[in-house]
Ligand binder design. Structure first.
Ligand code: ADP
Length: 447
């Protein structure tokens, strides 16, 4: 086992990883920018190293600074968290070239799944059902029209290098296609330096269902059911739950087995998420994320596992402790993402937290790096906390969420908590009957 791990991240996820390490008796090294001197992850780690100025490009994304921090402190492994360098294959290569262990999959698997066209082709070949669409990239407008006419509108033009909802454009009719195609390409070129796009049938009322998988890197893999992350704004998840209210045990077993077998076949190592759109009882693969997800705690809650500790064990070369036959769902879990944002426009709202009180009690988990008097810097993501509740049934989980939100105090800044108070009154949320467009429609009607 490692004796010291460096956490190449900040905020709640850095704390999450530090906590996992502490319980395993592993020393922890935090890295931070000059804007994060007073951050909780710096205080909670055994050691810390300042790696640069506030902009992430010069600190949290700086491979040389992070490698140097490992060398100075003698850390043997790096946990990347999510975001930042977590899905950067060339970073993984640099790490391994320095004889440091990257806690995550191989550079090869990250590149394979980071390119969405390659990911889709790989998954299709492994028997995973995919959204109907172009065979690979679509080089020009004439080809875009040919593919879309054959499939029928609406279609969605997507960047192969895309992520975070960028480089994705909808064409409802043939008349929209030229603009959608050109703007997806230019947006992708600007954001990712790559203008290759592909086209998919646009599903009109799907749910977003994602399957958590875990591989040992030697050809054994398990699945940990699904999460429903349909509640989205601008393709960003807002609330997640597990198990999915629309998924039957038979569907779960079938898609879970397909996913576990697919990742076992490529000898995938560590945690990963296979994302699907789910419509008319069918699953359609959209992408695979080769890292820990923000919403992993709902899966941990219902299966009673620690995914971060399992990542560390497998990266250290120990046997994967997860066994499919032992993975039995217990109850229901819901996570809400608390962002430092001002409603109704979700404008980022950094600043000083003058009072903070986290909810607690049975079945309540608050993952956050906030504390009284903390100043949220303006440079990073606005996610400041995740409230996760777990209860025997979905109905009880909703009641627990309402109770926990009622205890939550955060003064000095504005957050997205009022949104969840309002959503918990909605019959569609109470009944679990919402698709990926539901929240946008609700926001325009209730904004
Ligand atoms: P990103 O990597 O940018 O998050 P994804 O491929 O995961 O992109 O898609 C993000 C979201 O975009 C999905 O959760 C869904 O809401 C929407 N989306 C993507 N592909 C389709 C499609 N073929 N039909 C309808 N909606 C889609």
């Amino acid at each position: 086992m490692f004796s010291k791990v460096l956490i190449a991240n900040r905020g709640e996820i850095a704390l999450r990883i530090i906590r996992a390490c502490k319980e395993m008796g592993i020393g922890t090294v935090a890295v931070h920018s000059t804007a994060d001197v007073d951050a909780m992850h710096v205080r909670m780690a055994d050691e810390s190293v300042c790696i640069g100025p506030p902009p992430a490009s010069e600190s949290y994304l700086s491979a040389p600074s992070i490698i140097a921090a490992c060398e100075i402190t003698g850390a043997e492994a790096i946990h990347p968290g999510y975001g930042f360098l977590s899905e950067n294959a060339s970073f993984v290569q640099i790490v391994e070239d320095h004889d440091i262990k990257f806690i995550g999959p191989s550079a090869e698997h990250i590149s394979m799944m980071g390119d969405k066209i390659t990911a889709k082709e790989t998954m299709k070949a492994l028997g995973v059902p995919c959204v109907p669409g172009s065979d690979g990239g679509v080089p020009d407008l004439a080809d875009a029209h040919r593919v879309s006419d054959a499939m029928g509108f609406p279609v969605i033009v997507k960047a192969t290098a895309g992520g975070g909802g960028r480089g994705m454009k909808l064409a409802r009719t043939k008349a929209d296609l030229d603009v959608a195609f050109q703007s997806a390409r230019s947006e992708s070129k600007a954001a990712f330096g790559n203008d290759e796009v592909y086209i998919e049938k646009y599903l009109t009322l799907p749910r977003h269902i994602e399957v958590q998988i875990f591989g040992d890197g030697k050809g054994r893999a398990v699945h940990l059911g699904e999460r429903d992350c349909s509640l989205q704004r601008r393709h960003q998840k807002v609330l997640e739950e597990a198990p999915g209210p629309s998924i039957t045990p038979e569907m779960r077993a079938r898609i879970g087995k397909t996913c576990a077998e697919a990742v076992a076949a490529i000898k995938y190592s560590g945690a990963g998420t296979i994302e699907f759109l789910f419509e008319n009882d069918e699953f359609y693969f959209i992408e695979m994320n080769t890292r820990l997800q923000v919403e992993h705690p709902v899966t941990e809650a219902i299966f009673g596992v620690d995914l971060v500790q399992e990542q560390i064990r497998v990266a250290a070369g120990e046997e994967m402790s997860l066994r499919q036959e032992n993975l039995v769902i217990n109850g229901h879990a819901i996570e809400v993402r608390i962002n430092a944002e001002r409603l109704p426009n979700f404008t980022p709202c950094p600043g000083r937290v003058t009072q903070y009180h986290a909810p607690g009690g049975l079945g309540v988990r608050m993952d956050s790096a906030l504390y009284d008097g903390y100043s949220i810097p303006p440079y990073y993501d606005s996610l400041i906390g995740k409230l996760i509740v777990h209860a025997p049934t979905r109905k009880e989980a909703l009641a627990r969420l309402k109770r926990a939100l009622g205890e939550f105090v955060i003064d000095g800044i504005e957050t997205t908590t009022p949104l969840f108070h309002a959503l918990l009154q909605e019959p569609a949320i109470i009944d679990g009957n919402y698709d990926i467009h539901w929240l946008e429609k609700w926001l325009s009607a209730n904004g």
